[in-house]
Design a protein around this ligand. Structure first.
Ligand code: AMP
Ligand code: ZN
Length: 463
């Protein structure tokens, strides 16, 4: 496995970089808040998906693939989903309409994540499959005095937790002063948040000790993370906008229910993807979906391959804002075009790439190091396996691996035939093979084997 680097991550909870020490190196546990499946994901939503995929790959490399559990939930329960279901499927019973919305959206999300080169998380729990666990948590909070029932809701009592607000560093007064929402009369404190609310007959609901209702958003992640990772785990991630209130409230619920000092030891947050200085978001209307980038000509008048989107994302450090533009995508594309296609092998990734990632996931330095390896591999084929392993750690190994073995060997045969034609100086026929392959989306790259000086040709799939 080569040298094992020492991992250091910036922890939002302490506002400091920390040496990463997993609770159990044989069982490293990470939770990342996943999508609410009411609409297709935009490229801003892709940022945490990609960033934490790189972290997952790094942890798997360091601790062994079988020793890392990555949980990313699917929020398939939300008032936005209900609204969408009513709008798009007015003829269906509500539960069927909801399933139609969440089913299609979840499927598209998985296709998007795959196109962006992301591994599947170890577990992808749906909120609606953990309702019993949520009810159990709420019962604990009521029993130990951290929650109360009022106005048809069960609410978390923020004043009941002495150190509420640690993650976002807001104190209760600040929250009250800053609260824009009208203070609901039934709340003890303006910052108190919903754990359970009653549903009317036109809303989805589950039976509970407090009547037929549905959980609040924050309790979903407390329940699912406990179910799959335990009361305290290693890393919790998501976008910067989740720090408050979502993560703050997850911490409050989990710690108060379990009587623990921490929900997760390290809290990591990616910065925003922006358009002309503003956060990309559904509500701003300044968004482009991953699907539109991959499959339509909406952005910059052309389609963009998943690897280009992914690399463009990794060319900025995850905590910095990214300004999303055609120029940035073109830059990533130019870089990728210079890299050789390669098969993933058994080689270890290069120390330069590992060290960069170990340093608070410095993908900027990692991409630079990878580019140097690519240049070296272009002139010396013996570097290719190290380049391939390093590229795989970032998830940016050109697509050759995705081709079915039978198709790959058929392409190899045509590439060999072309080499023979070149040797025989039959350039017209050699070029014809190259052009036919290109029309099929296969790009050839000619190079020289450093050792023998012979011409070698590699190929890769361009979408
Ligand atoms: P949402 O669907 O808004 O709950 O977002 C899903 C995930 O995407 C969360 O981790 C958000 O923090 C993240 N996210 C949303 N918008 C952006 C953005 N413009 N840039 C980076 N991350 C974002
Ligand atoms: Zn969450």
């Amino acid at each position: 496995m080569g040298t094992v680097p020492h991992l250091r991550f910036y922890n939002t909870l302490t506002r400091k970089e920390v040496d990463f020490e997993p609770i159990d190196a044989k069982n490293v546990r990470m939770y990342v808040c996943g999508p609410t499946v009411y609409d297709f994901a935009h490229i801003g939503n892709a940022r945490p998906v990609i960033v934490f995929d790189v972290l997952f790959r790094l942890l798997r490399h360091v601790y062994g693939a079988q020793h890392v559990i990555y949980v990313r939930n699917i929020t398939d329960l939300d008032d936005k989903i209900n609204a969408r279901a009513l709008r798009d499927h007015p003829g269906l019973p509500l539960n069927e309409a909801i399933r139609a919305v969440t089913g299609t959206t979840e499927k598209q999300f998985h296709e998007d994540a795959k196109a962006l080169g992301c591994l599947k998380p170890t577990v992808e729990p749906r909120a609606t499959d953990s309702i019993a666990q949520m009810i159990e948590l709420i019962e604990k909070l009521l029993a130990n005095g951290h929650a109360y029932q009022a106005g048809g809701e069960v609410l978390f009592d923020t004043k009941s937790m002495a150190d509420y607000g640690q993650l976002s560093k807001r104190n209760l007064e600040e929250q009250q002063a800053g609260a824009r929402v009208a203070v609901d009369a039934h709340k003890k404190n303006p910052g108190d948040f919903v754990l359970w609310k009653l549903s009317d007959e036109n809303e989805p609901g589950w039976e509970s000790p407090w009547g037929r209702g549905r959980p609040g958003w924050h309790i979903e992640c407390s329940a699912m993370s406990e179910r799959y990772l335990g009361e305290t785990f290693d890393i919790h991630g998501g976008g910067l906008d989740l720090i408050f209130p979502h993560h703050e409230n997850e911490i409050a619920q989990s710690r108060c229910a379990h009587g623990t000092k921490a929900m997760a030891n390290v809290w990591m947050h990616n910065g925003f993807l922006q358009v002309e200085g503003r956060k990309m978001s559904k509500s701003e209307g300044n968004f482009v979906t991953i699907y539109e980038l991959l499959e339509t000509e909406k952005f910059g008048g052309r389609k963009w391959p998943g690897e280009v989107l992914r690399l463009a994302m990794l060319m900025t450090h995850y905590r910095e804002p990214i300004d999303f533009s055609v120029k940035r995508l073109e830059e990533a594309e130019r870089l990728l075009a210079k890299w050789p296609a390669a098969e993933p092998g058994n080689s270890a990734p290069d120390a330069s790439v590992l060290e960069a990632l170990a340093n608070d996931l410095n993908t900027v330095a990692a991409v630079q190091a990878l580019h140097s390896l690519a240049q070296a591999a272009n002139s010396d084929r013996s570097v290719l396996p190290v380049f391939a392993a390093s590229a795989q750690l970032l998830g940016v190994l050109p697509q050759k691996t995705e081709v079915d073995a039978a198709v790959a060997s058929e392409i190899d045969a045509r590439v060999r035939a072309r080499l023979e034609l070149l040797k025989a100086r039959n350039f017209a026929e050699a070029d014809a093979i190259r052009d036919t392959l290109l029309a099929e989306g296969i790009q050839l790259k000619d190079g020289k084997d450093a050792a023998t000086g012979e011409r070698v040709t590699t190929w890769e799939v361009k979408r």
